[in-house]
Each structure stands twice: as structure tokens, then as C-alpha cells.
Design a protein around this ligand. Structure first.
Ligand SMILES: [Zn+2]
Length: 389
């Protein structure tokens, strides 16, 4: 990772670079920051910078032999320790070095913006299982510190989630943290200062990493996803994210999914309202059938959400509708077609369909049947409209 890959955090970067220029890089540093602020990414970028053979303009070059190995997390003088637990693959005595390739692929897949839950998910820990850093990991650190760096200026040990060091592991490390061998650096990364053992805290220099400010967050979203959303969407995402890049990505994902569901649902209802265009009708059913179970469930849940909102509008409870402008307009136009003749039926068939999808029913059969039912329900709803006039 280069500094330029990290979102915002210019003042932290400046401090780190200044310490290098003034030749006072502390041996043991504790990077503290909340999830999604890029704390681990900064520690890795700093390590890459310190070992780069052609530093330029306050960043590593990204192209020298050291940088290339660093960017794959495959440098022989870079060591990682992180929390682990037993899983399907490692059934006993878990420790970081048994999970190194998982760690590399996870870190690279999220561009260094790791999260505790994301890591545990990657390991398939399941449920609420948590990882820990064990005495075996501490022994590995002590052992690797006993060798000189192979090929670079500094050997760097990065401990991700220092609050997960259990007491015996921490005790084992105290001497190394206090006085690491020459040319060795230890970077601890943590989210919660108060959970770190005081004996560890007192032996480290603190690097505080704040939340990402909204200007930087917005800039990063625009750069990475050009043309992906309008200003209103962007502001919404930045507000939801609250300085956390991971949360911004989650919110972005849900905006995309929602937009897809909205457009497809609207198309589906239009086609079911005028089913005489049989080609479009069967084409859409095929498309819905092929899109994968999770997407289908999300789509049908969105259908329930539409029905719910049209009912609110029918009951003159418009202020309770939470949706963007395009959706609200659609709900208003669609609401007359969902009325006391068919609303219970709509709820029932959508819920039943979700239930059947979870039990692996054939999706083509399901969407065909469902679409014909909706054709009838809309017809009934329309009859009620006409009779009311
Ligand atoms: Zn370089």
C-alpha cells in the first residue's frame, strides 16, 4: 500500500513522514483508530514507505523490488499477527501463521480496509465466535525478531487488533515491545484503547487515526465509483458512513441493490398489468428466475416494502414513507392498484414465495406462478377502482 491509496488522513501521514525525515521513528507504535478509518492500511503503508528503495514526494514508489513484495504482503521482512480461531480448516491450536494466505487474500480484497467482522467472516468462524491472539503467536514474534532483516532496512511486525492479545501472549511480548532488536519495528493496530492491557500501552508511542472527514470520503467515493450516483445519494452515503469507509461501501452496495429492485419491480408490475405483451412477460420471468436466490429474496422483500408503502399512502400516512423521491412518486402512482380487494393477497403470495425460495423451490416455476397471480390481483384491484368511480 502506498500513502496515496489511503483515503484522507493527510495530517497523520505528514506526522509519520516527518518522524522518518527527522530520523526519530519510534520502535514500537500503537496505531489507534475506529474501524473503517484505515488504521491498519496506514501502518502497512508506513512500513512500505520506510523500506522503499526510491521514496519520492513523501510516498513509497510502488515499483521497486521492496514495494512490489510489500504490495502482495509477501515481503520476507514483513510479519503479521492477527486474531484467529478454530474453523473448518484449522481444527486445533489456531495461530496467525497458519492463516497467512487467508490473511493476504482478505487484506488485498478489501484494499487494506479490514474489519474485525469481515475477517471473521472470511475465516468462516460462524455465529458470534471471536478470535484471539495466543501465546503461540507471541512466540512467533519473539522468534522472528531474533533474526536480522533479510533484505531491507527494517524488519516490521504488525499486530492487528492488539486488544485481542491475551494476557499470557502480552506478557511474553513485553520485553520485545520495550526494546526491540535494532532495525526492527513493531506496529500495533487497535480500535479500542481502553481494552489494551496497560502494560502494553505504556510501552508504545501512540499514533491517533481519526475518522475520515466527509470531504475526503466524498472525494474517494467519486473517484472510485465515477458516475455511479447523484449528489443526493452521495450526501446520504457520506452521512450514513460517518467517517467509516467500510460503512460507506455497505451503504453504496445497498443503494445499488435498492435501485435495481426498484426498477425491476416497477417493470414487473407494468408487464403484469398489461400481460398481452407475452414476449416481454416471459423474458422478464426468465430474467428473475436466473438471478440467484439471495437476489431473488431481496427483490421479493422489496416487493413487500412497496406494498407496505402504497398502503401507507392509501391511509394518508405519506409522512411515514421512507424512500427517495423517485420511489415515492412511483408508490403514489401505484397505490390505487393495491386496495382492500387484493392487498392481503399481495402480502401472502410475496411472503409465501420467499418461504419457498428458502426451501429451494424451482425459481422458474415460482416466478411464473407468481406473475400470473399478480396479473389477476391487479385486474381485481382495477375492477375495484372502476367500480368506485
Ligand atoms: Zn519502492
Amino acid at each position: 500500500m502506498q500513502f496515496k491509496d489511503i483515503i484522507g488522513q493527510q495530517s497523520v501521514k505528514n506526522k509519520l513522514i516527518k518522524a522518518f525525515r527527522e530520523k526519530r521513528v519510534p520502535h514500537t507504535q500503537l496505531f489507534i483508530g475506529q474501524e473503517g478509518s484505515g488504521t491498519l492500511a496506514l501502518a502497512v503503508a508506513y512500513a512500505q514507505f520506510l523500506n522503499c528503495n526510491h521514496k519520492q514526494g513523501g510516498d513509497s514508489c510502488g515499483t521497486c523490488s521492496s514495494c512490489i513484495k510489500y504490495q502482495k504482503l509477501a515481503h520476507p521482512d514483513l510479519h503479521f499477527i492477527f486474531p484467529t480461531a478454530k474453523n473448518e480448516k484449522i481444527k486445533k491450536d489456531p495461530q496467525a501463521n497458519l492463516f497467512m494466505s487467508d490473511w493476504q487474500s482478505y487484506f488485498l480484497s478489501v484494499d487494506g480496509y479490514v474489519s474485525q467482522s469481515g475477517w471473521y467472516q472470511h475465516l468462516n468462524l460462524g455465529g458470534n465466535k471471536q478470535g484471539s491472539i495466543y501465546i503461540r503467536d507471541a512466540n512467533d514474534i519473539v522468534k522472528s525478531l531474533s533474526f536480522k532483516p533479510y533484505e531491507s532496512d527494517y524488519k516490521v511486525i504488525i499486530i492487528y487488533l492488539a486488544e485481542k492479545l491475551n494476557i499470557t501472549a502480552a506478557n511474553k511480548l513485553l520485553k520485545s515491545l520495550e526494546e526491540p532488536p535494532e532495525n526492527s519495528l513493531i506496529f500495533l493496530v487497535a480500535e479500542k484503547y481502553e481494552l489494551i492491557l496497560p502494560t502494553i500501552r505504556s510501552r508504545t508511542q501512540i499514533v491517533k487515526v481519526p475518522l475520515i472527514n466527509s470531504v475526503d470520503l466524498k472525494g474517494a467515493l467519486r473517484n472510485k465509483f465515477p458516475g455511479n450516483f447523484n449528489e443526493e445519494n452521495l450526501d446520504n452515503i457520506v452521512n450514513l458512513a460517518n467517517g467509516n469507509w467500510n460503512r460507506a461501501l455497505e451503504a453504496l452496495g445497498s443503494v445499488e441493490v435498492r435501485e435495481f429492485n426498484f426498477l425491476k419491480f416497477r417493470e414487473w408490475m407494468r408487464i403484469c398489468y398489461k400481460p398481452d405483451d407475452y414476449l416481454s412477460f416471459s423474458k422478464l420471468i426468465q430474467e428473475l428466475s436466473r438471478m440467484g436466490r439471495e437476489k431473488q429474496k431481496s427483490f421479493l422483500n422489496y416487493g413487500l416494502y412497496v406494498v407496505h408503502n402504497t398502503l401507507l399512502i392509501n391511509e394518508k400516512l405519506d409522512s411515514k414513507v421512507v424512500a427517495d423521491k423517485t420511489e415515492i412518486n412511483y408508490f403514489k402512482n401505484f397505490s390505487p392498484f393495491i386496495n382492500d380487494v387484493n392487498r392481503v393477497k399481495f402480502y401472502r403470495i410475496l411472503n409465501e414465495s420467499i418461504y419457498h425460495l428458502e426451501r429451494n423451490v424451482n425459481p422458474t416455476v415460482l416466478f411464473t406462478r407468481l406473475s400470473f397471480q399478480i396479473v389477476n390481483f391487479l385486474k381485481e384491484g382495477k375492477t375495484r377502482l372502476v367500480s368506485k368511480k
